[in-house]
Design a protein around this ligand. Sequence first.
Ligand code: SAM
Length: 221
Amino acid sequence: MSNKIQMKIEDEIDRRYEYCEEHTSREADYLHEIYRQTYLKALAPRMLSGHLQGRLLGFLSRIINPGLILEIGTFTAYATLCLAEGLQDKGKLITIEGNDEYEAIIRKHIDSSPFADNIDLRIGNALEIIPKLDMVFDLVFIDAKKLDYPVYYELVLKKVKKGGVIILDNVLWSNKVLDLEIHQDERTLTLHRLNQKLSRDERVESIILPMRDGLNILRKK
Ligand SMILES: C[S@@+](CC[C@H](N)C(=O)[O-])C[C@H]1O[C@@H](n2cnc3c(N)ncnc32)[C@H](O)[C@@H]1O
């Protein structure tokens, strides 16, 4: 494909994304402020889910109306607070963040929201924390270390109720999974192999949405 055609396609995708964002419900003011602060101060702000994906997470959570949610990878708590929108009144959301430098900012953002009493932040390595969680989740959002996605998946599947939902972020990995002859790095291969496995895994139904960096949405059978 010529560079000119490639650029035209990318321009169309950007315009579609902007159109969708402009014609989607607004995010709450405290979410917009987290977005703004993250882009002003954080080193890798693109890790944050953002408006359109955040609205989808909030929407799905409201439909599921979970009693218990698990998030793996908090960053600045943007997605955390979107997921919390659908919680039952006394519902809980456990969110795990491995980088303790984010702790103060995460707590500040959680406290600026209506969900401060529902959120339980755990600082530490998700691979060590998840096996100790003795509970059954209705909804799980996986968004931490890409090389560990296959392990997170197996760990959380055991702890999700029948009919429960698992969402994995970044499964298209900047579209690198589409060109495996060019992209042979470990992260791309790990995500591609996991997408392949999940599409055939009899324990779940799966659908990949080409939203932002790709969301793989699973329902446990
Ligand atoms: C993509 S960001 C999360 C973005 C956030 N979920 C959102 O959508 O706004 C990934 C986060 O996972 C954290 N992380 C990476 N490996 C981890 C691990 N093993 N345990 C816990 N957190 C981890 C990183 O420090 C980073 O803050």
